[in-house]
Design a protein around this ligand. Structure first.
Ligand SMILES: Nc1ncnc2c1ncn2[C@@H]1O[C@H](COP(=O)(O)OP(=O)(O)OP(=O)(O)O)[C@@H](O)[C@H]1O
Ligand SMILES: O=P(O)(O)OC[C@H]1O[C@H](OP(=O)(O)OP(=O)(O)O)[C@H](O)[C@@H]1O
Ligand SMILES: [Mg+2]
Length: 281
């Protein structure tokens, strides 16, 4: 049976569970279940701390897992990214009290508070910057005010937490992170893993595309389908009125309003947009 590690807490937990549910897998009923066997899909899910997931995957005791790219890099484990999952997007940045630091050189000799020591030390070593790290479990933003560090290196999404602590980012981001499905080279071809990956890809596609249907006069068909080329090719069906045809195609969700405006300009009418529940392309 395929063994998959799923985050049990924190920012990754709920979206990971939602995604697996949309991919047709069983989900746990309470936050207390540690293991869930999905007999129908031949998968066993283990609910583990997000930070530990790379360790379990790296050791090979589970075949794959969902974690953050930043957590994977900080673990130092030789697991590999198999599929980016598009949620828990964040950047990892240095931040210091407003107006005090502008470049990496300013870090020299200072104390950097972080929960991601391995990642931060590797970054500083690579840039030849000598500094001390102070390990904290969380709420890292408070460390400067409380005097245990001079600056921090932490996850930034909206920047709200930083601002509340009187800090601002400086220098280039250490990395961009998001949730990722990880595995090891030796488990990459595990039976069932390719099915899980295909299902998750289906969910990602269904989230990023919509289905558009419209009617268009035959003499404008070419201009209209140039706007909606679809993935392979749009479906064109005859209508009772021989001067018109119906078209159906997938369109990136982010483009749909512009595409609808342009279709209307071209002469398309009855433009209908629907969400996709799932797909396999
Ligand atoms: N505010 C956020 N926005 C987006 N991603 C985030 C945010 N906070 C944490 N993450 C991401 O979630 C993962 C961190 O997992 P972690 O379990 O530490 O989440 P958490 O929300 O910080 O949980 P905890 O409540 O235990 O601190 C990392 O990949 C990190 O980049
Ligand atoms: O840029 P923002 O939108 O403010 O989000 C970033 C904050 O979110 C996370 O904190 P979390 O709530 O997980 O608390 P923690 O620091 O204790 O992990 C992260 O560690 C940052 O502190
Ligand atoms: Mg946190």
């Amino acid at each position: 049976m395929l063994r998959i590690a799923v985050p049990n807490k924190g920012s990754l937990s709920e979206p990971a569970t939602t995604m697996l549910k949309e991919a047709g897998y069983r989900t746990r009923r309470t936050g207390r279940e540690l293991v869930l066997v999905d007999e129908a899909n031949r998968v066993e899910f283990f609910f583990l701390r997000p930070r530990d997931i790379a360790v379990y995957v790296g050791q090979g005791t589970v075949h794959a897992g969902i974690t953050g790219r930043d957590l994977l890099l900080d673990s130092g484990v030789s697991a590999v990214e198999h599929l980016p999952l598009g949620f828990a997007r964040s950047t990892f940045r240095f931040a210091a009290p407003v107006g005090t630091m502008t470049s990496l050189e300013d870090i020299t000799g200072r104390r950097v508070a972080t929960s991601y020591d391995v990642l931060v030390r590797a970054f500083l070593a690579q840039r030849g910057v000598e500094a001390q790290t102070v390990h904290l479990d969380g709420a890292v933003e408070s460390s400067v005010q409380l005097g245990v560090a001079d600056l921090i290196a932490d996850v930034v999404e909206t920047g709200t937490t930083l601002r509340a602590a009187g800090l601002e980012t400086f220098g280039e981001p250490l990395l961009s992170s998001e949730a990722v499905l990880i595995t090891t080279e030796r488990h990459r071809d595990e039976p069932g893993l390719s099915t899980l990956v295909r299902r998750l890809e289906g969910v990602l596609r269904a989230r990023s595309y919509v289905l558009v249907d419209y009617d268009v006069p035959v003499d404008r068909l070419e201009r209209a389908t140039a706007l909606t080329p679809g993935i392979e090719s749009p479906t064109v069906s005859p209508l009772q009125n021989p001067d018109w045809v119906a078209v159906r195609a997938m369109v990136p969700r982010k483009d749909i309003n512009r595409v609808m405006d342009e279709l209307y300009e071209v002469g398309a009418r009855a433009i209908l947009v629907s969400s996709l529940l799932a797909c396999r392309l």
